[in-house]
Design a protein around this ligand. Structure first.
Ligand code: HEC
Ligand code: HEC
Ligand code: HEC
Ligand code: HEC
Length: 191
């Protein structure tokens, strides 16, 4: 029977010392490494808020476009693309909004498929198309980008497709908006 004081076996002594060493060095490290403003508002560095707020915004936001392109905002708000931001399609445009001489970056190719190409990881409510089974032709021949369920009356002047067509010889049955991709099945029926 062990009397008093308790006789601690040496291996337990070593374990206690080791534990004290680990906990002690943790407490010392925590004292020196915790940033000054940690916990000021919550479980994060208080100064981080100021740092983030002091960054220059990259995107101008929809309202910045309202001044000069209000008709586009109205059009967008009416159609199925109402939830999209202007700059989601046109790219960062804050420089342009401040100085209209600097035009937004010109979009190349079909940026529509970035969002609408069939992809199983997208939610089912999201309208998706299998591009090669969808109607042949440029998306903008049949969908107004700012109101995609509307059909454009004529190819947009800024339209890349229109520019390409101008270089080709005129075909007699060429109609604005008609699909004229040679070789592809003409299943396009403009609604
Ligand atoms: C101070 C007025 C002004 C503001 C604000 C402004 N724009 Fe413009 N924007 C213009 C002018 C002027 C043009 C050139 C004329 C035209 O083609 O309509 C233009 C042209 C454009 C074009 C066509 C570019 C091209 O290559 O033809 C796009 C796209 C555009 N703006 C997007 C935006 C977006 C997005 C915003 C908001 C972030 C915005 N603009 C804010 C004045 C403005
Ligand atoms: C779904 C993508 C999409 C969204 C969202 C979008 N645009 Fe566009 N926008 C286009 C496309 C595509 C064109 C035609 C190609 C081009 O000119 O670069 C275009 C053209 C333009 C033009 C040139 C004039 C014209 O009619 O061709 C302006 C100005 C413009 N958009 C402004 C805006 C503004 C302002 C917003 C936000 C209210 C906006 N766009 C939202 C895709 C979009
Ligand atoms: C940034 C992502 C994005 C881009 C880019 C985009 N769309 Fe959309 N589109 C959406 C969302 C979100 C909706 C609304 C949800 C829905 O109905 O699927 C939508 C809806 C539509 C619809 C209506 C579907 C319906 O009947 O309800 C059509 C058509 C469409 N887009 C065509 C286009 C075309 C053409 C382009 C290129 C000019 C384009 N979209 C570019 C996100 C995008
Ligand atoms: C020749 C005309 C034509 C062209 C070109 C075209 N579409 Fe369509 N699109 C339609 C018609 C018509 C509908 C509605 C009826 C249907 O779904 O078949 C439609 C429907 C859609 C829908 C909604 C699908 C759904 O499930 O309701 C999306 C998204 C779409 N198109 C995107 C695009 C994109 C992106 C492009 C370019 C790659 C494109 N379209 C090219 C005519 C066209």
């Amino acid at each position: 029977m062990a009397g008093f004081p308790l006789k601690i076996p040496p291996q337990i002594n070593r374990l206690i010392l080791l534990t004290l060493g680990i906990v002690g060095s943790y407490l010392i490290a925590r004292y020196f490494l915790t940033p000054a403003t940690f916990g000021q508002y919550g479980w994060y560095r208080g100064a981080a808020l100021e740092e983030i707020a002091s960054r220059t915004p990259v995107y101008a936001g929809k309202l910045a476009c309202d001044e000069c392109h209000s008709e586009k905002l109205e059009m967008l708000a009416k159609g199925k693309h109402q939830t999209l931001s202007c700059e989601g399609c046109h790219g960062v445009s804050s420089q342009h909004a401040a100085n209209p001489d600097i035009l937004p970056v010109k979009m190349a190719g079909s940026h529509c498929i970035r969002c609408h190409e069939q992809n199983d990881s997208r939610p089912t409510w999201y309208k998706q198309i299998v591009v090669k089974d969808h109607y042949a032709g440029k998306c903008r021949e049949c969908h107004m980008p700012h109101n995609p369920t509307e059909v454009p009356e004529e190819p947009q002047p800024a339209d890349q497709a229109a520019k390409e067509e101008k270089q080709k010889p005129e075909s007699p049955e060429k109609k604005p908006g008609a699909v004229e991709k040679a070789g592809k099945a003409e299943k396009a029926e403009v609604p």
